[in-house]
Design a protein around this ligand. Structure first.
Ligand code: KG4
Ligand code: ZN
Length: 353
């Protein structure tokens, strides 16, 4: 099997071809990506109009390159997959419309992939992980804990009630004068800093429902920074280290509660899985590794390049859906909001406000 995947929901334009070997394991045949970070950096965040235009300009070239590098043609693909949401609607329209056009001319099935489902299934692309598992999905736009029972079968256990964790990293970086995107910058600074210098809050820790709240933590960083301004390089490093330590503590506390709930709604999980851009953070990974070992579970995390947005995860989710016979009609409409658990209450960090 071979699927072309297209990703355009945020600030990365990406196209990839993913296939399977004889045992059904995923094989990345190509994974092309063009980041727009430079175009948005001056604004300290993603500007939707700039993003949509940039996707239009490069997507056709990227698809061509992905096919060439994979040594395949569109006719040799079994399906065309594109992220159909949730995300910035202008970009989603570009990717989904391109996929529809390609599906129409080649008469191949279209698979409209939920971007969050692609993150959720991405660890299965590189490792054999059976359902059910507990998923911590932490990115720039989303923060949630989900019991993954199967393809398309998710139970949301908790989510952020305000900012996403990646967003908190980005905002903290911005207020400390570090470049965008802030996650990797804060991580780099934190390596040089003292995580105990500032006593920052651990919001919602100890609560029985594994929700997150990040806005108070971000404000606490701002207040500490204002108290000691102007900041030295040492201050910035210490603030980053203290912020990251608080985030890691919160993640561990909330995930521990979710593990218990996961057993109730999905049965004993086969793994603790972490995905999304923040999963690239080594401190977060190490802390989750300890938690998983303590619970007798395996920690699965995609390699860093597959944690942040990419085309391979869309192609892989398309392949998983194709195997289940889940294909979509050419009339499928792009979705700005699209939560994975339709039964759960609408929340900003879970695919819809
Ligand atoms: O999954 P992703 O590429 O895009 C979304 O769907 O949001 O995640 C991007 C987010 C950004 O907020 C970025 O700052 C954060 O992931 N991020 C990190 C790290 N690398 C990326 N956060 C903390 N530590 C990192 N190393
Ligand atoms: Zn993402």
């Amino acid at each position: 099997m071979r699927v072309l995947g297209i990703e355009t929901t945020c600030d990365e334009t990406a196209a990839a071809v993913v296939g399977t070997d004889e045992e059904g394991h995923g094989v990345i045949l190509s994974n092309e990506i063009l980041s727009q970070i430079a175009e948005h950096a001056a604004y300290g965040g993603v500007v939707p109009e700039i993003a949509a235009r940039a996707h239009v300009e490069v997507l056709d070239v990227l698809v061509k390159r992905a096919l060439e590098k994979a040594g395949t043609t569109l006719d040799q693909c079994d399906a065309i997959a594109a992220a159909a949401g949730p995300g910035l609607i202008g970009g989603v329209i570009v990717g989904l419309t391109t996929a529809k056009a390609l599906a129409m001319v080649t008469k191949k099935p279209l698979i409209a992939v939920n971007h969050l489902e692609a993150h959720a299934l991405s660890p299965r692309l590189t490792e054999a992980i059976a359902f059910p598992y507990l998923l911590l999905l932490v990115s720039g736009g989303h923060t949630q804990l989900l019991a993954v029972r199967g393809v398309g079968d998710y139970v949301r256990l908790g989510t952020t009630i305000d900012d996403a964790i990646g967003e908190a990293f980005d905002k903290t970086a911005k207020l400390l004068g570090l470049p965008y995107p802030g996650g990797p910058e804060v991580e780099k600074e934190a390596l040089k800093g003292d995580p105990e210098r500032f006593a920052l809050p651990r919001p919602l820790s100890g609560r029985g429902v594994p929700d997150f709240s990040l806005s108070g933590l971000k404000t606490a960083v701002r207040l500490e920074a204002e108290k000691i301004a102007p900041l030295t390089a040492r201050d910035v490093a210490d603030l980053c280290a203290s912020f990251q330590a608080a985030v890691v503590d919160v993640i561990v506390d909330r995930t521990r509660v979710a593990l218990r709930l996961c057993r109730e709604v999905a049965g004993h999980p086969n793994a603790l899985v972490v995905a999304g851009g923040v999963a690239a953070n080594q401190s977060v990974r190490r802390a989750l590794q300890r938690l998983a070992s303590e619970a007798g579970l395996r920690l699965a995390a995609p390699p860093p390049a597959l944690c942040t947005d990419n085309g391979a995860m869309i192609a892989w989710a398309g392949l998983e859906r194709l195997r289940e016979g889940l294909v979509d009609d050419l009339s499928f409409a792009p979705r700005a909001r699209w939560p994975l658990d339709a039964e759960a209450a609408a929340r900003p960090g879970a695919g819809g406000r």
